[in-house]
Write a protein that binds this ligand. Structure first.
Ligand code: UDP
Length: 370
């Protein structure tokens, strides 16, 4: 019997599971999304005035070390090589980020080679921190007070809305410190930008005779009975009607602005000072370096606490959230017809490549289990 599947959410989780199940077991898949477009937060659209592809929900740079993931995504779009090189404005000037040898030399007015810089940064580290218990301790232990205050304190407070000492150390561990001149934001072997924007990837993923898409469609519990299985990439707490309280998220919003020519001169410029209200400026034309545009469109990115029906972006995972999460997970494990997937369904801070790998794996396990 042909399986009937519902994928809630047309981001990477829902779209990949839909495609895999349609391809592998000839399932009939309905994909619903509450928004009026596919692609979730990866959605891009061409700005009418400038012709520039705009990353509507913040910059997305695809990167992975896994050749299978890279090959998989390349089936659905052509990619151009793209390495993310971020610049960061601090009270002292504009530097290269992640912190690397150029950043260290310029920031401290030095001409260090690698080993001198390693020694110097060690001497900056705040002593007496054995196992860093939070973001701030992690920073003080590995880069010291001056770099922490210039690059991380203000930015992190703006992005997360709490003192960095209340955040887990794992957030800072996302960013490397390098004692060479490698200024690529990611270590990964494969890093690229889809030649025609991200939305096309989703159009191609969902372009299958067994898949039907319904936009502007919220999930309702009453839908469950019509399907053999549901893959749910919405908010976990929402699914359970917030019975154990809300899991906290930060939301992000943007103010767009046009200009002639160029504006900041880079795809991303971070603003690390606390008194500048936005966290970064995104200049979208730099994600399409292979095209020429006369004008520019930039987005100033702001962050604030997400209230219940606002778009959730960053799961905060504060201790109180983790307690609630455990209770929700307990219920989720017991569901036999529903699998919770993706960033919102599992309340984790995930990069695209991880979401894709997990979605492929989840679809595979479902196919093997039937
Ligand atoms: N961060 C910071 N200053 C910067 C860039 C990042 O303090 O200029 C901190 C911030 O707390 C952020 C974390 O480092 O959440 C990890 O950075 P990443 O670039 O991975 O965050 P993303 O933008 O991918 O969420």
């Amino acid at each position: 019997m042909q399986k009937k599947i519902l994928c809630v959410g047309a981001g990477f989780s829902g779209s990949i599971i839909a495609r895999e199940l349609a391809d592998k077991i000839n399932a009939q898949v309905d994909v619903i999304d509450i928004r009026d477009h596919i692609g979730g937060n990866c959605y891009t659209e061409v700005d009418k005035k400038t012709g520039i592809t705009v990353h509507k929900y913040g910059p997305h740079i695809f990167h992975t070390n896994n050749i299978d993931t890279w090959n998989y995504i390349n089936r659905f779009s052509e990619f151009k090589n793209f390495s993310l090189r971020v610049k960061a404005k601090t009270y002292k000037g504009i530097y290269s980020l992640p912190i690397n040898l150029l950043t260290i030399n310029q920031f401290f007015g030095k001409t260090f080679f690698t080993k001198d810089a390693e020694e110097f940064i060690k001497s900056q580290a705040v002593s007496g921190i054995q196992e860093p218990a939070n973001f701030e301790e992690q920073a003080l232990k590995f880069i010291g007070k001056e770099l922490y205050e210039a690059f991380f304190y203000g930015y992190t407070k703006k992005q997360w809305g709490v003192e960095p000492k209340l955040l887990p150390a794992s957030i800072l561990k996302r960013l490397p410190v390098r004692f060479n001149y490698d200024d690529n934001y990611y270590y990964d072997l494969y890093s690229g930008m889809p030649s025609n924007g991200y939305t096309q990837i989703f159009e191609n993923l969902l372009d299958h005779p067994n898949i039907s898409i319904q936009l502007n469609t919220p999930f309702e519990k009453s839908m469950i009975k019509y399907y053999d299985h549901i893959f749910y990439s919405g908010k976990l707490d929402d699914f359970y009607n917030y019975k154990f309280g809300e899991l906290s998220y930060r939301t992000v919003y943007w103010e767009n602005q046009y200009d002639k020519g160029d504006f900041v001169g880079n795809c991303v410029l971070n603003f690390c000072e606390e008194n500048i209200p936005y966290t970064r400026i995104i200049e979208h034309k730099y994600f399409e370096y292979w095209k020429n545009f006369e004008d520019t469109i930039i987005s100033k990115e702001f962050s604030r606490e997400a209230v219940r029906d606002e778009l959730p972006f960053y799961p905060k995972r504060l201790p109180d959230d983790l307690k609630k999460l455990e209770k929700y997970q307990h219920l989720a494990y017991k569901e036999d017809k529903v699998t919770f997937v993706g960033r919102l369904g599992t309340y984790r801070y995930l990069d695209m490549n991880v979401v894709i790998e997990e979605a492929i794996e989840i679809a595979k396990r479902y196919c093997e289990g039937i």
